[in-house]
Write a protein that binds this ligand. Sequence first.
Ligand code: FMN
Length: 206
Amino acid sequence: MMERGLMNRMEKQNLGARNFLYPMPTTLVGANVKGKPNYLTIAFCGVVQAIPPMIAVTLGKMHYTNEGIKENRCFSVNIPSRHMVEVTDYCGIVSGKKADKSQIFETFYGTLENAPMIMECPVNLECKLVDTLDFGGTNEVFIGEVVESYAEECYLCNGVPDIEKIEPIVFSMYDNNYWGIGSHLGKAWSVGKNFSGNGDAVKKYE
Ligand SMILES: Cc1cc2nc3c(=O)[nH]c(=O)nc-3n(C[C@H](O)[C@H](O)[C@H](O)COP(=O)(O)O)c2cc1C
């Protein structure tokens, strides 16, 4: 059989029913709990819909932040930069039930007035809670409509956030590691036009 990969392929191993999704984002979700901002770190976060823009954040049911999301029916998703890796990890270790996390960041508010956002984070998404999903497991999924987004000029390129300027933190779950972003590989909806379909599915990019 023709060798189509870059390295000699071994047989695929079964790794079990686990969420091996690579990469994962590292975000800080904010909500006011008992009148004070609280932030927790989450990697279970993803886009649900483009128009109107909706995002899902999946939180363990026991977390402190959940109370605030339910009470105020709004929350924020903040994208920390690599320069915030320590404080981001701290927010993922320490619960608002045990420690006051309201003073860690400079908080600002937007149009919803009750979704605390982190000034130090390059990008902020202000979300109105539109639905809560419970699949009977350990987590609950909050679906938010993004009503506004925020970034300083220094993080933009042609009016949209630039991933190289943001320097987001990438997360790998089962080995518990944080990473920076890698190099640019090509333009989306463009490089695919070069694909011949003749056994060149895997190419080596520097
Ligand atoms: C890298 C990292 C990723 C995490 N991802 C999630 C997540 O996706 N969902 C979740 O519920 N908790 C996640 N956690 C755990 C919470 O952030 C943590 O339990 C936090 O202390 C809860 O804060 P709170 O009780 O103040 O809401 C993560 C923690 C770390 C360090």
